[in-house]
Design a protein around this ligand. Structure first.
Ligand code: F6P
Length: 557
């Protein structure tokens, strides 16, 4: 029986503790403890430093959470994951993405069936290597004999945002002349904008869809297929030169009409948003080279080891999960911002949004009961520093909402023209300071100069706004792998504490199904007659009129 967290003794104690410290000031915590940083930071191999000292917590807070983890038998959940039990129980699947990067076979002994899995993983990796080298060496040719120079990844959600985020994040590791493109949206403006400027002869598509049933991906893949076939006067053989497919749905994949060699099978136990180490990473390997792809895997693996083996309070993913629950459930700070001070981490906030909100945005618990007495996933959002500073930071500093933030920055950045990296990082450090301590940083709050009128509330910064600072030595393949794995395990830990299954996503299915029905209404090319709704769905008066208004203008245009 899984435990409802709020019915545990530890949760009640946490609540008492919250009531006793809820007005605590981060400023006072630092005044009382000059060495607060030492107790509230974790250094991961000198590569990633996580400082969580600027939070509204005491050591007691962490210890109370540790009691909660003991009371809910957190170790058992980890054990279940490690031995391959079906912890994604609504879909009857294990969750084993950590095996994809277990190149040292550390987890292999956990279950005899892992041996076969391992063989498949190795085969896939060799295939990725082979394919990467063929393209990069110029041996893989288009049907008309031209070298491939354009790579287009078609996918959506986890089959898109992981590779898209990583390829951009590691763009300084891209040493080849391949042009990388990502197409995701069903809005064909996306694909048209890209295809219009390219030539099929030197273009290869990587179609990524775990289920191979996703409308957006199938539609875009169809457009791409026709684009290639049109060019080669319908010679189907040309497809083998211009398409690669990654999926776990073999029977549907083969219908696309390409060589079996061009099809990569991804295991069913890899969730889309946890799939960057699987064959969905081909575009990553192409962009940064296979050796760098392996470093990405190794970095993720080393964070896996940290998570699975460190004690609770020395465990970065666990600490970040605890903090998230502390704010979302006790303080009722219901959103979290990811603020990346690195131009190339542009897609990281969106990536983490899917990871967190698709995993833990649920209102049914592990026992199948509705959750109505506590919050599950916070709303995750964010942006890029310093650009975001000039957009929404006003609210972070003086808004009525308090938004706990993760600040992510890099130490060694070669792009330091005109000291720009130092200027960027000065902003990085100053923002977390200002958020935590407000205008108290300046003597008597006089941050504006001699003319400050202390009673002027408009220029008052109360501070006391919590942040984590994640300082990465260098955004390289290894450290990026560790960073992503860190967040994967944070989300998993959160899910366990909140007693929810993090690895399914039923919440997106209803909308998908309904859109198919509405599509048939839109295709009618005429005004919808309410009585003729044979699909047997509830067509509300709002949607009915909206569709009719749309049809009236769309088809008469
Ligand atoms: O949006 C729901 C979802 O199922 C995601 O979880 C997944 O990453 C995405 O759609 C794409 O799914 P697929 O890889 O099966 O096309």
């Amino acid at each position: 029986m899984f435990k409802n967290p709020i019915k545990t003794k530890s949760w009640l104690k946490l609540n008492d503790h919250y009531l006793s410290i809820k007005n605590i000031k981060i400023f006072d915590l630092f005044k009382k403890d000059e060495k607060r940083f030492n107790n509230f930071s974790i250094n991961f191999n000198n590569n990633i430093l996580v400082d969580f000292s600027k939070n509204r917590i005491l050591l007691e807070t962490l210890n109370l959470f540790k009691n909660l983890l003991d009371e809910i038998n957190f170790k058992n959940y980890i054990y279940s994951m490690l031995i391959g039990e079906n912890i994604n129980f609504t879909e009857n699947k294990p969750v084993l993405h950590f095996l994809l990067r277990d190149r040292k076979n550390i987890f292999l002994k956990n279950n005899s069936s892992f041996l076969d899995i391992k063989k498949d993983i190795d085969t896939n990796l060799s295939k990725i290597k082979f394919f990467t080298e063929k393209i990069l060496n110029g041996e893989w040719l288009g049907y008309s004999g031209k070298r491939i120079t354009n790579i287009i990844n078609i996918g959506i959600g986890g089959s898109d945002i992981g590779p898209r985020m990583i390829v951009k994040a590691l763009s300084s590791y891209k040493k080849n002349d391949l042009n990388m493109y990502f197409i995701s949206n069903i809005d064909s403006t996306d694909i048209i904008n890209i295809l219009n400027k390219l030539n099929p002869e030197n273009t290869i598509f990587i179609i990524c869809s775990k289920t191979f049933t996703t409308l957006e991906t199938l539609n875009n893949a169809k457009i791409a297929r026709e684009w290639v076939l049109n060019f080669y006067k319908n010679k189907e053989k040309s497809l083998n030169h211009h398409f690669i497919l990654v999926s776990s749905n073999f029977s549907e994949s083969v219908k696309f009409g390409i060589n079996l060699n061009n099809i990569f099978i991804v295991h069913d136990w890899v969730g889309g948003r946890y799939s960057f180490c699987s064959a969905f990473g081909i575009s990553i390997s192409l962009a940064i080279g296979f050796n760098n792809f392996i470093k990405l895997l190794d970095g993720a693996h080393d964070m896996d080891l940290h998570f699975f083996s460190s004690s609770y309070l020395n465990n970065i993913p666990i600490i970040l999960a605890i903090l998230s629950i502390w704010y979302n459930n006790f303080f009722n700070f219901n959103t979290e911002a990811v603020l990346a001070y690195h131009e190339n981490l542009f897609y990281l906030p969106i990536y983490l949004q899917q990871l967190g909100m698709e995993s833990n945005g649920k209102y049914v618990d592990y026992n199948g009961n509705y959750i109505n007495k506590y919050n599950t996933s916070p709303i995750i959002w964010g942006g890029i520093g310093t650009v975001a500073q000039h957009s929404f930071y006003q609210l972070l500093h003086q808004g009525t909402h308090i938004v706990p933030c993760d600040f992510i920055g890099e130490i060694i950045n070669i792009n330091n023209i005109n000291n720009s990296h130092l200027k960027l990082m000065s902003n990085f450090f100053s923002q977390t300071q200002a958020l935590a301590f407000g205008d108290k940083i300046f003597k008597e709050g006089n941050w504006i100069g001699n003319n400050l009128n202390n009673s002027n509330k408009f220029i008052k910064f109360k501070g006391n706004r919590p942040t984590n600072t994640i300082l990465v030595k260098k955004i390289n393949p290894y450290n990026l792998g560790s960073l992503i794995s860190l967040y994967e395990h944070k989300i998993f830990t959160q899910g366990i504490i909140l007693n929810i299954s993090s690895f399914d996503q039923w919440g997106v299915e209803l909308g998908k199904k309904l859109s198919n029905v509405l599509f048939s209404f839109l295709k009618q090319k005429s005004i919808l007659q309410k009585k003729k709704n044979k699909k047997n769905i509830y067509l509300d008066n709002s949607t009915f009129n909206l569709i009719n208004f749309f049809n009236k203008f769309f088809f008469n245009n």
